[in-house]
Design a binder for this molecule. Structure first.
Ligand code: GZL
Ligand code: ZN
Length: 357
């Protein structure tokens, strides 16, 4: 008899603990599901990292065209000019203004714990877009929307691996330099790892990794110096298109020719993003041999997350966007990476026109 009473008491305690737990969670929820401070419009503070690239301006445009007054939002936009300190200041300002949501596109991964804790203490959900934050506790942000940057690196390097096999070029004849993105940014970390792993696995000669900061000017500057340091570069891996534009300028200024015909001395350029017409037409002309797409259109995805939160739903923690591989080279039509098949999109003018609509 005694045993049954004990079991009933334990069960009762468990039920209380669970309901109290729910109460704790729902309490946090109720704190935030009050009417937005600003009346009908939902106020969003967006800390964008900068305006360094075509990708970045497309990303900003996607957010601004989504979070409009007619859609029921008010967006406070702050450009961090690629400095984390500016972004932290912006987030503190959003907290003071008691925005309903904070969206952060972090310039680099580390250094966000303190300010994200401040936002959490203020009960303001934070959605991370694009690059990742490296924080001690993932509860410091509500969710993240972005790309699998290491997969992008694997796609670009697997394309190169298939291409040289088709062309009968031996791996040790690949002398490759990496013009990296902003050091510490997730896109740089993932794409750099993709190349370093592939070079080691295939026996390519990875001559150098230098920071091009995702900009055209820096890409041109570092390519110029690499050409004076190394006389056997035949592949340039640019971690975004704007660096590729700069590298191509430097190669052509030094009398070189970019293209896929490695056997006849052309220097192959491989890149990431594929956002604007210029990168796509360079690829069509084989000035860029392959682009691993990086999708900047995060506005609609963030809107879906905020709408879900507004209706009391719980979003997933991580949302990865789908991305393609572009080339005008018919040599490689599909890639197999970690057991998954990816089709290469063979570029045509009409594909480019469709994308620019
Ligand atoms: C990638 C993004 C990168 C782009 C660059 O998602 O973080 O930053 O690839 C941009 O063009 O500067
Ligand atoms: Zn991407």
């Amino acid at each position: 008899m005694k045993k049954i009473i004990v079991i009933i008491m334990v069960l009762a305690l468990c039920i209380m603990a669970i309901s109290c737990g729910n109460h704790m969670v729902s309490h946090e929820e109720t704190v935030r599901t009050q009417e937005p401070a600003s009346g009908k419009n939902i106020v969003i503070g967006f800390s964008q990292l900068g305006a360094e690239s075509d990708w970045r301006s497309a990303n900003t445009e996607s957010m601004k065209s989504t979070f409009t007054a007619e859609n029921g939002y008010e967006m406070i936009f702050e450009d961090g000019q690629q400095k984390q300190s500016n972004q932290i200041t912006a987030i503190r300002m959003f907290i003071q203004q008691e925005v309903d949501y904070i969206v952060l596109a972090p310039v680099t991964e580390k250094g966000w714990d303190t300010v994200l804790q401040e936002a959490k203490d203020a009960g303001i959900p934070v959605i991370i877009v694009d690059r990742m934050v490296d924080v001690s506790d993932e509860n410091l942000f509500t969710c993240w929307v972005g790309s699998n940057f290491e997969l992008e690196g694997k796609k670009a390097t697997e394309w190169l691996n298939q291409y040289i096999k088709k062309e009968g070029i031996s791996p040790e004849d690949i002398h490759i330099v990496n013009i990296q993105g902003t050091l510490g940014a997730s896109a740089q970390i993932g794409r750099t790892k993709g190349l370093a792993d592939a070079a080691r696995a295939h026996g390519w000669d990875l001559l150098a990794e230098v920071n091009g900061d995702f900009t055209q000017a820096k890409g041109r500057e570092v390519m110029k110096s690499l050409l004076t340091l190394y006389h056997n570069i035949n592949v340039v891996y640019c971690e975004n298109d704007n660096e590729a534009f700069g590298a191509i300028e430097a190669i052509e200024a030094a009398g070189g020719k970019v293209g896929s015909d490695l056997k006849n001395g052309e220097i192959m350029v491989i890149s990431f993003d594929g956002v604007k017409e210029k990168a796509m037409s360079y690829t069509l002309e084989d000035k860029i041999s392959c682009i691993a797409e990086c999708n900047p259109l995060h506005g609609p995805r963030v809107k879906a997350i905020i709408d879900l939160l507004e209706s009391g739903g719980t979003p997933d923690k991580f949302y990865y966007v789908d991305e393609e591989i572009f080339s005008a080279n018919k040599a490689v039509t599909k890639l197999s990476i970690d057991g998954t098949e990816y089709d290469v999109t063979l570029l045509t003018q009409e594909i480019i026109d469709d994308r620019n609509q």
